[in-house]
Design a protein around this ligand. Structure first.
Ligand SMILES: [Zn+2]
Length: 234
């Protein structure tokens, strides 16, 4: 197995498969691009293939998301909730969040792959993530601000397509509900990153040095690790 990182495609994981006859490419639930190669194809050639078909692969992201993760979503769990899909005698889809469960009810006879069902599951998941984010992020941000002796203006928690977080010119911090899908140390990295922007409004060397100092960890490693995830792909 070989792993590499590309600015446009994110984390790329190449593996050789005994029985595969052609190169296949898909995204796994963590947002890593998984490339399966036949044995006779070298890693170098496989990577070359992927990088020269970047545009095609990126265009396919949405399709892949729709086609290949349809099943995975039914076993999806968030930090504190487990998804359960129930097929019942009902006209429309609905969901309920209770006791660590997200129960998504869909009409009998419909299928996991149906767009309607997929939409219902994602909709329910987003509500759960928002709930968890509102519970967790403000407290954690305050803790860290206190620890770093920094202050911010307002915190907004919302769903965003590409950014994990941002900090405005007047130090309002925005955090993405999808942060809740990340491990603790990466959430902390994003929170520290935005808090650090209250001091530096750019990504200058000063900014990175300051962030390094605040976190007292290998910031580059954390940044690379974060790049393996995407707010969009799950
Ligand atoms: Zn930044």
């Amino acid at each position: 197995m070989k792993e590499t990182y590309d600015q446009d495609l994110g984390c790329i994981r190449l593996t050789k498969r005994k029985h595969s006859k052609r190169i296949s490419v898909r995204y796994d639930p963590e947002g890593r691009l998984k490339v399966s190669l036949p044995y006779r194809v070298s890693y170098k050639a496989g990577l070359h293939y992927v990088l020269s078909n970047k545009k095609l692969i990126r265009e396919k992201i949405v399709d892949l998301q729709n086609e290949q993760y349809r099943h995975d979503l039914s076993h999806f769990h968030t930090r504190w909730h487990q998804v359960e899909v129930k097929y019942e005698k009902c006209e429309t889809t609905s969901h309920q969040i209770q006791d660590g469960k997200v129960v998504v009810r869909v009409p009998e006879g419909s299928h996991q792959q149906d767009q309607e069902v997929q939409k219902a599951i994602r909709h329910a998941l987003e509500e759960v993530l928002r709930k968890e984010a509102r519970h967790y992020l403000p407290r954690r941000l305050n803790e860290m601000a206190e620890q770093f002796n920094l202050s911010y203006n307002n915190l907004h928690i919302k769903k965003a397509q590409s950014l994990w977080g941002s900090c405005s010119s007047i130090n309002n911090i925005n955090l993405n509900i999808h942060l809740m899908r990340l491990p603790d140390h990466l959430i902390d990295y994003v929170l520290a990153h935005e808090l650090c922007h209250t001091l530096h409004k750019n990504h200058s060397q000063l900014f990175w040095r300051q962030l390094q100092q605040l976190l007292d960890q290998d910031v580059r490693k954390l940044r690379d690790e974060l790049n393996q995830y995407s707010p969009k792909l799950y």
